[in-house]
Write a protein that binds this ligand. Structure first.
Ligand code: FCB
Length: 480
């Protein structure tokens, strides 16, 4: 946490004029990797096909009130049936790489036992088609669709789930490792643990902080065990990483209570993952905070060594940053009783996305330079960055999404600024290739470069997609 950077003094940016959209990638090198990202449950549909069993998201979507409008991923973007057309669309964007996730219950139904050949065959075809079009496949093994049977057996708070994840990972390596060189174990373990087991906003919808902390450790252990198995089983050299969601945590003032609130947020949001992954130990201040709340990280001998299996890269998903205060506002409730010190988010006077998330490109520069400083030697890739806005489509499906284009331009500039400041950032994946199932928000929030008409499944590139394509093209032309 860098208490010296202070977005409170940063004026709210004016809307980006069209001229400012040009040259957003200036300063990024010729070998910078450009990509688009999706995840299995958000786009695939076909939830009962070819032997797939339910994941925790299939179950959660059936809980009344859990997802906006009672939406679910049964059909989603029907990508399972439209994959060749979608791969052609990806190639048309001119990206280098496509980040997608493998659905665990599709390739290992129930989360144990042998691979399901029919489920694997889908990813086998996907990888071949990507390679055929010159697009690098970038696999995420776990983007939140835990087989329901494993949740029934205790889920991520249960240690055995980490072993199950390692087994599953090896099955995927055995099938695709001859052609895939980029492997990510987990997407955003913070979301799996905190939204899934503490706050209950995501599947499986549990609300128990000590269990969430067990989930943190077992997710990290699962990552570490899988990393070992993937390296051992890989038939060719691989690039191995994990993706974390992070923002910068700023204190609202220099008051010790505010500084401490930002420290705690950074501890539970970033360092509890980064320190064991990179340094092989949990941060002592976080462990002490947890003890005060009656929670612990159930570490056994050898766990931290496994978790610290060397990484080739770190994936960073960035959407926003936050300002924290440890001081109640007038009339606000006193500190919580369960040992958790009082903390509140201080809303900034900044433009927001349709998610209500503050738009803070500067936070991305601060985050990347801080990661470069505190965790040196680890190449960084932005594996997700993007924004939901309330798109209005013309009759032909086109969308003039200047707001989204400006968001991308400003954040790509923020990446270039971080590189100038010394951060080793090597790539950028836009979230998302196309509109899709946005978890608890269902189909209400649209993050796509490409619009999806859910009645017809027609795909139409938005203005932002054309801008992204041209920006990549120009950046290559300039440098060649
Ligand atoms: C991230 C998720 C991704 C998507 C974006 C908006 O937390 O990894 O699936 O939902 O947020």
């Amino acid at each position: 946490m860098d208490a010296t950077t202070d977005i409170r003094s940063t004026p709210a940016p004016a809307p980006t004029p069209a001229t400012a959209l040009a040259g957003a990638a200036d300063g990024l090198p010729a070998d910078f990797l450009w990509g688009v990202a999706t995840s299995s449950y958000q786009i695939e549909g076909a939830v009962q096909e070819d032997g797939r069993t339910p994941s925790i998201w299939d179950t959660f979507c059936r809980v009344p009130g859990a997802v906006v409008d009672g939406d679910n991923g049964d059909i989603a973007c029907d990508h399972y049936h439209r994959m060749p057309e979608d791969v052609a669309m990806i190639a048309d964007l001119g990206v280098d790489a496509y980040r997608f996730s493998v659905a665990w219950p599709r390739v290992q139904p129930g989360g144990r036992g042998p691979a399901n050949a029919r489920g694997l065959a889908f990813y086998d075809r996907l990888v071949d088609q990507l390679l055929d079009k010159g697009v690098l496949p970038w696999i995420t093994l776990y983007h939140w669709d835990l087989p329901q049977e494993l949740e029934d057996a205790g889920g991520w708070p249960e240690r055995d789930t980490a072993h199950r994840f390692a087994d599953y990972s090896e099955l995927v390596m055995d099938a695709l490792g001859d052609r895939v060189r980029h492997w990510t174990t987990l997407n955003e373990p913070w979301c799996s643990a905190m939204l899934g087991y503490d706050q209950g906003h995501h599947a499986p919808g549990r609300k128990h902080f000590p269990d969430a902390m067990k989930a943190v450790h077992h997710l990290l252990l699962g990552h570490g065990l899988a990393a070992q198995r993937l390296r051992a089983a890989a038939p060719q050299p691989i690039q191995l990483g994990i993706t974390l969601n992070m923002g910068n945590s700023y204190p609202a003032s220099d008051h010790p209570a505010d500084v401490d609130a930002a420290r705690r947020a950074d501890g539970l949001g970033a360092r509890i993952y980064l320190d064991p992954l990179v340094h092989g130990r949990y941060p002592a201040d976080v462990v002490a905070d947890l003890a005060r709340r009656g929670a612990e990280l159930p570490v056994q001998d050898g766990d931290l060594e496994a978790i610290a299996t060397p990484l080739d890269l770190l994936g960073v998903n960035y959407y926003s940053s936050h300002v924290f205060s440890g001081l109640p506002e007038d009339g606000e409730a006193a500190p919580a009783a369960d040992g958790e010190p009082f903390s509140r988010l201080v809303k900034q006077d900044l433009p927001v996305t349709a998610m209500g998330w503050d738009i803070i490109p500067r936070g991305l520069t601060d985050l990347l330079t801080r990661l470069g400083r505190d965790y040196p030697g680890l190449p960084l890739y932005i594996t997700e960055n993007g924004a939901a806005f309330d798109d209005t489509a013309d009759a032909d499906g086109s969308v003039q999404d200047d707001d989204r284009t400006a968001y991308f331009a400003d954040h790509i500039r923020a990446v270039a600024a971080a590189r100038t400041a010394g951060a080793d950032v090597r790539g950028y994946f836009a979230w998302s290739l196309m509109d899709n199932f946005e978890w608890a928000f269902g189909y209400d929030k649209r993050f796509g470069l490409v619009r999806v008409d859910y009645d017809t499944q027609r795909r139409t590139p938005k203005q932002s997609a054309l801008w992204f394509r041209d920006t990549i093209r120009e950046s290559r032309t300039r440098q060649s």
